[in-house]
Design a protein around this ligand. Structure first.
Ligand SMILES: Nc1ncnc2c1ncn2[C@@H]1O[C@H](COP(=O)(O)OP(=O)(O)OP(=O)(O)O)[C@@H](O)[C@H]1O
Ligand SMILES: [Mg+2]
Length: 261
């Protein structure tokens, strides 16, 4: 049995003066792709930031957060195990870096490529390959700041996939993507899951949960509100209660869509 991707035991997590988690428990296995949903402010991004070690819980006498079995560990080797797409990452990019550098920075789990990071020929070829696979070769030489939000997002997707990490941590990855880019992203994610990658996906878009994702966690006010198989957790009753609006669910070949009841 491989160690869980993340194992959180009784975590207390502050952001600023806000106690976001107070006795939070959750374990996410490797090889079990999971969608995490919940109202604005529920703690979804906070959870992902524990996983990427951008945030730490309050210290306890027992290990509160273990990632891939490790209580602590080299953050850079951890990052090579995780591809990340998030708004925070998006905002860290300088407007002057070119598209290719955004993708290459994925090899170093950094923001941009710096002088001391030697990019080898193999990495350049891989970056080209992923740009081609996503159909955005034309963005390679463009300055990040000169691109539309969706074009920037597509480069971040290429960055996350650059070194083919076994796990992908996605915080509202499709924000700003048009329909065609969204569908292409969904296709890539489905292929990744089928080839053994693990996705941890935070989204507000129920129709963007690939059929291959079998587990759903619903968060509310810093707590796990529901957790289990998708067909048991994603129900009109649960969603109506969680969001406080009348929700009806449409199931189309394993894809769900929430519509007003
Ligand atoms: N830097 C911060 N300082 C203080 N409070 C914060 C900070 N960042 C987040 N919070 C608070 O932490 C709580 C959880 O925020 P989080 O970003 O995890 O929510 P979320 O579920 O990702 O919401 P959304 O769907 O809007 O992205 C919210 O109450 C938020 O106001
Ligand atoms: Mg968030």
């Amino acid at each position: 049995m491989s160690a869980p991707l993340i194992e959180i035991t009784d975590a207390v997590v502050y952001r600023g003066n806000t106690r976001v988690f107070d006795g939070f428990n959750l374990t996410l296995a490797q090889n079990e792709s999971t969608a995490i949903l919940g109202p604005n402010g529920a703690g979804k991004t906070t959870l992902l930031k524990l996983l990427t070690r951008e945030l730490y819980p309050l210290w306890r006498e027992f290990p509160v957060v273990r990632i891939l079995g490790q209580e602590r560990g080299d953050i850079w080797s951890l990052r090579s195990q995780l591809g990340i797409i998030s708004n925070d990452l998006h905002e860290q990019y300088s407007p002057t870096v070119c598209g290719e550098e955004v993708v290459l920075s994925g090899f170093f789990a950094s923001v941009g490529v710096w002088g001391h990071q030697r990019v080898d020929r193999e990495q350049r070829l891989q970056a080209r390959e992923i740009l081609g696979r996503l159909g955005i070769e034309d963005l390679a030489q463009r300055a990040f700041g000169s691109l539309s939000t969706g074009q920037q997002r597509r480069l971040l997707m290429a960055r996350a996939l650059a070194n083919d990490p076994p796990n992908l941590v996605l915080d509202e990855p499709t924000s700003g993507l048009d329909l065609s880019a969204t569908f292409q992203y969904l296709q890539v994610m489905r292929e990744l899951i089928s080839s053994g990658h693990t996705l941890i996906l935070v989204t507000h878009h129920i129709h963007e949960i690939p059929p291959e994702i079998s587990r759903v966690v619903l968060l509310n006010k810093g707590r796990v509100w529901a957790d289990g198989p998708k067909n048991e957790v994603l129900t009109p009753e649960n969603l109506s209660e969680l969001y406080g609006v009348d929700v009806s669910l449409v199931d189309s070949g394993g894809w769900y869509q929430a519509v007003p009841a």
